[in-house]
Design a protein around this ligand. Sequence first.
Ligand SMILES: Cc1cc2nc3c(=O)[nH]c(=O)nc-3n(C[C@H](O)[C@H](O)[C@H](O)COP(=O)(O)OP(=O)(O)OC[C@H]3O[C@@H](n4cnc5c(N)ncnc54)[C@H](O)[C@@H]3O)c2cc1C
Length: 475
Amino acid sequence: MSRDSQRDDPYDVAVIGAGVVGCAIARELARCEVSAVVLERSGDVGNGTSKANTAILHTGFDCVPGSLESSLVSRGYHLLGAYAEATGIAIERTGGILVAWDEEQQAALASLREKAEKNGYNETQILSATEVRDREPNLGEGVRGGLAVPGESIICPWSTVLAYALEAATAGVTFLFNTEVTAVARDGELHVLTTNQGEVRSRWLINAAGLFSSDVDGLCDHDDFKVTPRRGELVVFDKLARDLITSIILPVPTQRTKGVLVAPTVYGNVLLGPTADDVDDPFATATTEEGIARLFAAGAKVVPRLIDEEVTAMYAGLRAATQFQDYQIRAHAGEAYVCVGGIRSTGLTASMAIAEHVAGLLRAEGLERTVRTPAPAIPDMAALGEQQLRRYLDEAAIDRDPEYGQIICHCERVTRGEIRDACAGALGARDLGALRRRTRAMNGRCQGFYCGAQVVALLSELSGRSPAALTGLGS
Ligand SMILES: Cc1cc2nc3c(=O)[nH]c(=O)nc-3n(C[C@H](O)[C@H](O)[C@H](O)COP(=O)(O)OP(=O)(O)OC[C@H]3O[C@@H](n4cnc5c(N)ncnc54)[C@H](O)[C@@H]3O)c2cc1C
């Protein structure tokens, strides 16, 4: 049993899941005088669906009007946009263009514009084929027109989760990693959570378990929805492809999915994806030959030259799709339990608004909250974006601390000083995945072939874990 979970006093609130949703909720809770704990099965924050998405900050123009998702995405868009500016999370306001490739899609543009307005987004603009081509000269043949969505943006998903968690942890929220909740019981007013690390007690319980949100709902004796993982595979193209597009190139969406897009990333790459395939296994995050072939076929039509570019990586993420079109967020009256499930394709964007909404539900159900003064400090995030002043270029930082001048990962230009910083503190990186998400080290075109040994040695030195434990090689 870990030291923290042995605490005698119950927590006011326990949050199950340290994805972008659970961490946003933890951050929101930390703004008030409540004691909170986040229980996470894996070894890091943002290690589930939140690490493998398309990284778009959506305006919500194509949500289902009147849905909870629509209102939370619209609000979350503004909240997270402002938070990113305040904390240094990389964000680029590239805008997006929804491209019509046939007559039917062209005819749909006007209704998509109306839908955007019903969702409170009034800045779309219908473009002729020539206007689309002027903006995006590398598109394939057959463009019929487009809908410009100037607010669509790209953001760093990894720093977003980490920023929420750091802000929460600094204000006193406890994070328990490698802690899986396996049973939930009641003891009077308290929830008693059985975990593989011992028991945790809390007055309130929030289920932010992502793909497992319906399982956790089941542990709480509810059966309101069922998550079916919907796999999205993506291809990351090399930075040399970045100049092929200036904005996010979107397809005309269907009922089921937003479709395959071509988007820049804040790290200077180009993404192609995602697919949308229902799977049974909530751990099926491997890419498939068939899925990648479908992406290449779609990409060849949209930006033909992209297909000749070098591929840096491929990955897949699983959306927590349910039988419903909307998020499954509800407070169970009298049970001190809030379920935050079914947060499928827009949870990164909506995260701060979801957290605000959940805080409102908790208040309505009787959780008293006194605003913490002073307010928790806003974290200052590492500059991971290509448009930001990266450490290796920051002369003042290098003068202050020469380790910012020592590049370890040459593909992504990550310095020794950044790796050191990423390993520091209670939420410091303890494995290679966590380090990659905090620094970009080993994420470049060589995928760690050249720098891997040095990165592992450094992480081993800083984390106290053996190279064998970090790589899973040898003993
Ligand atoms: C392919 C793809 C593309 C996407 N693109 C975008 C996009 O461009 N923009 C956007 O806004 N959104 C996008 N999304 C959606 C977004 O990524 C998700 O909505 C969001 O990450 C969900 O976060 P979460 O915290 O609910 O889930 P998760 O990140 O999965 O977090 C849930 C956590 O709960 C933990 N957990 C589960 N069960 C237990 C248990 N019993 N005990 C302890 N811990 C537990 C898990 O380990 C996990 O870490 C995309 C998703 C996918 C898959």
